[in-house]
Design a protein around this ligand. Structure first.
Ligand code: AMP
Length: 282
């Protein structure tokens, strides 16, 4: 695996290898890698793509400075895991490389409705930071395919919107959420949970599965309230439990029995904020 840290170097390298004709797949991450990240890489490799991963903990997408400061960092293990999984190229830039003119963005991305709900509502500025870094990364690493995880459902929709807004020539590939045997969605933030909390955290998936089972046409408020209460009883502080149209994330309170839906949860277990989602209709 080749490791490059400078924007100039990776630009030059990718320009040279363009001639190979092999498609590229880019997998941006914030490190503290787990099997979820590696599943994205495996998926890209199984398509025969040249695989490029990046590790950069982007400060501008953290609306909470403590969360940024406490974000897990396991760079040596990450390099080993990527090498072992057969990643071709790792981009490992510093903050100065990514933001040579400072972190304040001069652009405002018009995300419309998507930024007013769920993560957009509870983490003000978060998606502007996501767009800022994805814009910058895709400018440095032009790619045929961009691999993201369904675990961050709303983020996938925001990035798709960004691709359209900026007319970026890439195809988004969304990979399924990888889970622990308990159902807990794999996440770098899980490293901040102790064993008892990890067991508790599995309640999120249990709750999403319960929503899927209980779903029927008509009013959805009761299902949402029961689910929220389940999480509160399990010791969570809940930001939201929502049910939305899966293609637009429009919040649904009354279901016609046909529209494809996704259930989404964000909740704190002590200091750690966890998110998860589940498609609840086919
Ligand atoms: P992150 O390092 O958390 O920014 O995640 C990097 C990429 O990995 C994003 O596209 C995430 O959606 C994806 N990802 C994170 N957790 C999982 C998971 N459990 N399963 C599949 N993809 C994931």
């Amino acid at each position: 695996m080749i490791i490059l840290r400078k924007v100039e170097d990776i630009r030059e390298f990718l320009e040279k290898r363009k001639k190979s004709g092999q498609n590229t797949a880019f997998i941006p991450t914030m490190g503290a890698l787990h099997a979820g990240h590696i599943s994205l890489l495996n998926s890209a490799k199984s398509e025969g793509h040249y695989t490029i991963c990046s590790i950069f903990v982007n400060p501008t997408q953290f609306n909470n400075q403590q969360d940024f400061a406490k974000y897990p960092k396991t760079i040596e293990q990450d390099i080993y895991a990527l090498e072992h999984a057969g990643c071709d190229l790792l981009f490992l830039p510093s903050t100065e490389e990514m933001y040579p003119n400072g972190q304040k963005s001069t652009l405002q991305y018009d995300l419309g409705y998507l930024e007013t709900i769920l993560e957009g509502k509870y983490r003000p500025g978060h998606f502007q930071g996501v767009c800022q870094i994805v814009h910058r990364l895709l400018d440095i690493v032009p790619t045929d395919y961009l691999y993201l995880g369904q675990k961050d459902y709303q983020q996938c929709m925001v990035v798709q919107k960004l691709i359209e807004l900026l007319d970026i020539k890439t195809t988004l590939v969304i990979c399924p959420t990888q889970r622990e045997a308990s159902g807990l969605a794999m996440s770098s933030r899980n490293m901040r949970l102790n064993d008892t909390e990890k067991k508790q955290a599995a309640k999120i998936y249990e709750t999403l599965s319960h929503i899927k089972k209980a779903l029927k046409a008509g009013e959805l408020n009761e299902i949402k309230e029961t689910a929220t209460q389940k999480l509160i009883d399990a010791g969570f502080t809940v930001d939201y439990v929502e049910i939305a149209e899966s293609s637009s994330l429009k919040i649904i309170n009354n279901w016609d029995g046909h529209m494809p839906l996704v259930a989404l949860v964000a909740a704190y277990l002590n200091e750690v904020r966890l998110i998860d989602n589940l498609l609840i209709t086919n």
